[in-house]
Design a protein around this ligand. Sequence first.
Ligand SMILES: NC(=O)c1ccc[n+]([C@@H]2O[C@H](COP(=O)([O-])OP(=O)(O)OC[C@H]3O[C@@H](n4cnc5c(N)ncnc54)[C@H](OP(=O)(O)O)[C@@H]3O)[C@@H](O)[C@H]2O)c1
Length: 301
Amino acid sequence: MKVPQIEFTKNEFSISRLVYGIWRMHEDGAGSSPERILEKIEVCLSLGIDTFDHADIYGGFENEELFGKAISKLPSLKSKIKIITKCGIQIPGSKFTTKHYNTSKEHIRYSVERSLRKLHVDKLDVVLIHRPDPLMDPYELAEIFEVLTREGKVSHFGVSNFTTSQFQMLQSVYKKPLFTNQVEFHPFHTEPLFDGTFDQALEHKSHPMIWSPTGGGRIFSPKSERELNTASKLKEIAKVYGCGVDQVLYSWFLNHPAGLVPILGTNDPKRIQSAAECFSYPLTRVEWFSILEAARGKEVA
Ligand SMILES: NC(=O)c1ccc[n+]([C@@H]2O[C@H](COP(=O)([O-])OP(=O)(O)OC[C@H]3O[C@@H](n4cnc5c(N)ncnc54)[C@H](OP(=O)(O)O)[C@@H]3O)[C@@H](O)[C@H]2O)c1
């Protein structure tokens, strides 16, 4: 079974239901040569994963460029893939000493144009504001979103790690629907289920993208009692279905009606292939709650 697409109806745009993340690309034990990057892109495409999640800062501001150089070697790929990137985080370096956020219109324009250059593409499908900036002016942001859309540089804008009120504030002044709120969610971080994040996504029909779906790999190397209990619950269910723990975990995300889109972080092509099979193992409601219970260390009230 191929990974299906998920439609963002308000944006009239779809992405693959599993997205491939580029954050750890430079940590790949097999290197980050164009050939290795192309190998992973082609594995993804063969499985139906056509969407790639970048950020300007990934790999010390180098991963976009590495990816761009790789796809330039096979330009026919450009029409087959969808690119999401993020901007707004500033890392200390020669120009300044304090880590900070910058969501000024000048910086957003600068970042978008730099991402276009580094990725060797004419247009970015989706650009997300990476972190909520306490100095963020929603009117200024909405204006630059509109200008960059008009210039044909970006198709859709969205946010990441926003609270519900920050999302609402920006949406109230931006005329087009925000594409997504990309947030951390996994069995060891279940807050979005309860803090209104997923409720808001349902209301806005903006499917949440899920970062660190395996808790940065902790699902596979549990340490605390809660982590160990969660891992053994996943194993128990995997045994019933005769599948892998990873497949049960990714399937767990699919039960939520908001249409969660996990972003895969593995550098291992075999693990990408395995994750893509999660659609063959739909979980029952009871199984879903049993994982939640193990992860939170308590039953629901
Ligand atoms: N918006 C944000 O603020 C934000 C923040 C963080 C991440 N992200 C996005 O989310 C993506 C995914 O995040 P993530 O990298 O933290 O994902 P993750 O899957 O939670 O963590 C990846 C780590 O888990 C290991 N792993 C994954 N699958 C495994 C398996 N089946 N067995 C054993 N180990 C496994 C990987 O090792 P191997 O490579 O060896 O498999 C890697 O070290 C990123 O690439 C990025 O695009 C966004």
